[in-house]
Design a binder for this molecule. Structure first.
Ligand SMILES: NC(=O)c1ccc[n+]([C@@H]2O[C@H](COP(=O)([O-])OP(=O)(O)OC[C@H]3O[C@@H](n4cnc5c(N)ncnc54)[C@H](O)[C@@H]3O)[C@@H](O)[C@H]2O)c1
Ligand SMILES: O=C(O)[C@H](O)COP(=O)(O)O
Length: 598
């Protein structure tokens, strides 16, 4: 029967995004550009998509996210995610990514452009001339050179504005309780201690904070009254940081000489709103949220988030997840191969041990031990998440929850899975590998009561129970399994593998090969994993998980005289049905056989 080709993941793009990023997606994803969707239409079609790519117009509400059964990522081609219900996305395990720096230059230049346009009355002069008039004396402006620019929020945009303003000969004061004094001083910016101090000193005041509880309505009647008579104000950050009614009143009273506004509390502003009156005011210079609208910025943010969408859909770490802990770039590169390794280890664990006679997911307390170089990674949250995903994905079904760095701890807690992460930087612990990751399943009776807590005091594996241990390393970027239970292995956890435990006797491979051949299963490669001599005495296991009494019974079986027990690992070209694995035990003489797909 011909194999059905899996449909590529679908990406919904309901806003105008630069084609540069979208081109990256088209080769492997189904990209659906649907501009002008109503909220109802979005709600209706969102269940069909794996990724949603937006700018600031699309409202990604809790209802949209809850309806999105397959959605793995909301990608915001820009900075602000105030149009996304990030909390709900987090609960649902949907990663929200943005492009934190792709449009910074554009927003800063737009701020300067608005400031100059306001200072020199450029929009009014332009409109008058187009109207057929020649009114030179009506449009006398002011210079910015030698004036004081007050900046609220000395972050990425604020600092860039400061540097540009210094180039124009302005003095720059800033208020930002979280700004680094060293960074401010390197840009010749004077940090002030209070808002009144900033307001009183500024000829031009510009806001560059996010819209959060502490900045909502931060500039109202009282604050505007503290500004110098004849001063000017700008907002290229977020609507709502300045009270629109207060701003309109201050312009109407003549206290403020001008206002330049790119962002509004509601976008687009309703026809009869205060914002609409503000827009109509003759001394207001306004733009329809154009801060990031340059060709260059749109290319930057589009490529940035499209690369992250590709990463997430193929199971890699995104660069800028809003609802996940920050990963330093150097950690990101170090972690990436290990994220894949740990996920494979988790998946191999569930598929292999649950398939063994008497096997199940009953062991739910694990030690995840990092040894060697990998132990120096402090932020192992992505590895923890990869383990939970690997353990659960084989039993969650294709429509199962998305497990990722955002929701892994919550999912683990809900499933009663406990993971004790341990770090050992001693290179001697890793034998011949520079890094080693080991997963050890502890017996249920020893369950620790804390997820991701410190190592619990569980003792050794009880006598008679084979150890459930999987170790692996990375050879370059390629994960490699180095131990499976009592066996010293060396195989890549990729594709469909048939794992047979048997006595390594002559002719066994031939028997197994002919049973598989009868079922049309071809063998791509084969490797034999012998029992580790160290494990046979329990020594190495005791090193890995120190027990209270220093011993560790690894449950070595009685081996028939003259026969060496070994694992046979076969890479095969298709799924192996259960009757074939059963047949291998009954007719092929192997002790156990299981097929895993990794
Ligand atoms: N108009 C546009 O098209 C456009 C484009 C890009 C960015 N933005 C907006 O500009 C704003 C700034 O972006 P950014 O990338 O510079 O953000 P950022 O996070 O780099 O900087 C924000 C700064 O505000 C400071 N801050 C927070 N609360 C404060 C408070 N109560 N008082 C004073 N300072 C406070 C922070 O310490 C931080 O330094 C955001 O709202 C963003 O959405 C708008
Ligand atoms: O937050 C941002 O990045 C800016 O406000 C730009 O928004 P936009 O992508 O809708 O232009």
């Amino acid at each position: 029967m011909p194999l059905l080709k899996e449909a590529p993941p679908k990406v919904l793009v309901p806003e105008k995004l630069s084609p540069d990023g979208l081109a990256l997606l088209r080769s492997s994803l189904d990209v659906d550009e649907r501009k002008g969707l109503s909220p109802e239409e979005l709600l209706k079609i969102i269940p069909n998509y794996d990724a949603l790519l937006i700018r600031s117009e699309t409202k990604v509400t809790a209802a949209v996210l809850q309806a999105a059964r397959r959605l793995k990522v909301v990608a915001r081609a820009g900075v602000g995610v105030d149009n996304v219900d990030v909390d709900t996305a987090t609960k649902l395990g949907i990663v929200v990514v943005n492009s934190p720096s792709g449009n910074i230059g554009a927003a800063a230049e737009h701020t300067i452009a608005l400031m100059m346009a306001m200072a020199r009355k450029i929009p009014e002069g332009c409109a008058s001339l187009k109207d057929g008039k020649w009114e030179r004396s009506k449009f006398v402006g002011v210079e910015v050179k030698g004036k004081v620019l007050g900046i609220i929020g000395l972050g990425k945009v604020g600092l860039t504005v400061a540097r540009l303003a210094k180039g124009l000969g302005m003095a720059v004061n800033a208020l930002d309780p979280y700004a680094s004094p060293a960074v401010a001083s390197s840009a010749s910016v004077t940090l002030v201690a209070s808002l009144p101090e900033l307001l009183a000193s500024a000829d031009f005041l510009t806001i560059h904070t996010p819209l959060i509880a502490s900045t909502r309505g931060m500039i109202g009647d009282a604050e505007l009254a503290q500004m110098k008579a004849g001063s000017r104000i700008l907002n290229v950050a977020r609507g709502g940081t300045i009270d629109e009614a207060a701003l309109l009143a201050s312009l109407e009273s003549g206290h403020l000489a001008g206002a330049a506004v790119d962002v509004f509390t509601s976008e687009p502003p309703a026809a009869d709103s205060t914002a609409a009156k503000l827009i109509a005011h003759p001394r207001a210079v306004v733009t329809p949220h154009l801060g990031a609208s340059t060709v260059e910025a749109q290319e930057n943010v589009s490529v940035d988030v499209c690369e992250q969408v590709l990463d997430i859909l193929k199971g890699s770490l995104p660069r800028s997840a809003v609802n996940a802990p920050l990963i330093l770039p150097e950690e990101y590169h170090k972690l990436q191969p290990f994220v894949r390794l740990v996920e494979k280890i988790g998946s191999l664990y569930t598929q292999h041990y649950a398939a063994l006679p008497g096997g199940s997911m009953t062991r739910n307390t694990f030690d995840l031990i990092y040894q060697g170089e990998v132990a120096s990674i402090n932020n192992t949250k992505p590895l923890f998440a990869a383990l939970i995903k690997g353990l659960l994905a084989p039993i969650s079904g294709s429509e199962g929850i998305n497990i990722n760095i955002v929701n892994a701890e919550l999912v683990a807690r809900e499933r009663g899975i406990f993971v004790n992460e341990q770090h050992s930087r001693d290179p001697a612990d890793t034998s011949s590998y520079s890094s080693l990751v080991t997963l050890v399943a502890r017996p249920p009776s020893r369950a620790s009561s804390r997820a991701r807590g410190p190592a619990d005091s569980s003792g050794p594996v009880p006598p008679g129970q084979p150890p459930r241990i999987i170790s692996g390393t990375c050879s370059g970027d390629q994960p490699l399994i180095t131990r499976l239970g009592r066996f010293e292995a060396s195989f890549e956890p990729e594709g469909t593998l048939l794992i047979c435990e048997n006595y390594d006797s002559p002719g066994k491979i031939g028997v197994v090969g002919s049973i598989l051949g009868q079922e049309g299963v071809n063998i791509n490669f084969m490797t034999v994993a012998p029992v580790s001599p160290k494990l046979a005495t329990g020594g190495e296991l005791a090193d890995v998980i120190p027990s209270k009494d220093g011993s560790a019974d690894v449950g070595v079986k009685e081996v028939a005289p003259g026969l060496k027990e070994a694992l046979m690992i076969l890479g095969v070209d298709r799924a192996v049905p259960p009757q074939v694995t059963e047949g291998l035990v009954k007719e092929g003489g192997v002790l156990s056989a299981c097929a895993v797909t990794l």
